[in-house]
Design a protein around this ligand. Structure first.
Ligand code: PGA
Length: 249
């Protein structure tokens, strides 16, 4: 049976106490979840959420990490520090990192390679802006982000990598790509991966959709053959909206 990968990106929301309260609710409500579930609280709440979800199948994720293991990098967080807290997955290249903090494909690629080397499973985010889509540049933009983001990733490491397709115009806006539109971009991403590796690698790749995923649109998105999960922002901040997404079937 197909398994989905449902991830919650809490972004810069929630104190430690609020994070633990949500984690406790999720642990209970998702105890019998069929699918892979991950939550990515803010860095400050990772340790406490890690404790709260202990004994459950919920995976602890980080929203970002630095491109080095240690050194004079003020404000950065090392993969070693994340691992020590029980983090197993890391979101990299989110469009908010690309656009607000000017992260380049090259920097994101360094992080992807370092995450794999350190045993953290990366979620590589890609996606076009509305202007890029309207200018007919969707494939050029997303294709470059996929190729550059995966540069140097060995064929054998590809199963550790998830790609999240998040059209920038759909993030936090209430606008969702139609399931058909999203599926078409996911199929395009698979075709890029097939040219970089091979058809089997492309077929096996987990590709999440992100951008205004809600309880009432999750099932139709997940019904599409190329959509293997969701990266959820706003709706992941409350158990009442994240639970029906993470346990949509
Ligand atoms: P959203 O965010 O669900 O609030 O649109 C998705 C994301 O940025 O990962």
């Amino acid at each position: 049976m197909r398994t989905y990968y449902m991830a919650g990106n809490w972004k810069m929301h929630k104190t430690v106490a609020e994070s633990v309260a949500l984690a406790n609710e999720l642990k209970q409500a998702l105890a019998g979840a069929k699918d892979k579930v991950m939550v990515a609280p803010p860095f400050t709440a990772l340790a406490a959420v890690g404790q709260a979800i202990k004994g459950s199948s919920i995976i602890l994720g980080a929203q970002n990490m630095g491109p080095d293991t240690q050194g004079a990098h003020t404000g950065e967080v090392s993969p070693l520090m994340l691992k020590e807290l029980g983090v197993r997955a890391v979101i990299l290249g989110h469009s908010e990192r690309r656009h607000s903090y000017f992260e380049t494909d090259e920097l994101i690629n360094r992080k992807v390679l370092l995450a794999i080397e350190q045993g953290l499973d990366p979620i590589l985010c890609v996606g076009e802006t509305l202007a890029e889509r309207e200018a007919g540049r969707l494939e050029a933009v997303v294709g470059t982000q996929v190729r550059e983001g995966l540069k140097g990733v060995a064929r054998g490491d590809l199963p550790k990598v998830t790609i999240a397709y998040e059209p920038v115009w759909a993030i936090g806006t209430g606008k969702t790509a139609t399931p058909d539109d999203a599926d078409a971009v996911h199929a395009f991403i698979r075709s890029v991966v097939a040219t970089m590796y091979d058809g089997d690698a492309a077929k096996a790749l987990c590709i999440q959709y992100g951008g205004s995923v809600k309880p009432d649109n999750v099932a139709e998105l997940m019904a599409k053959p190329n959509i293997d999960g969701a990266l959820v922002g706003g709706a992941s901040l409350k158990a009442e909206s994240f639970v029906p997404i993470a346990a949509f079937r």
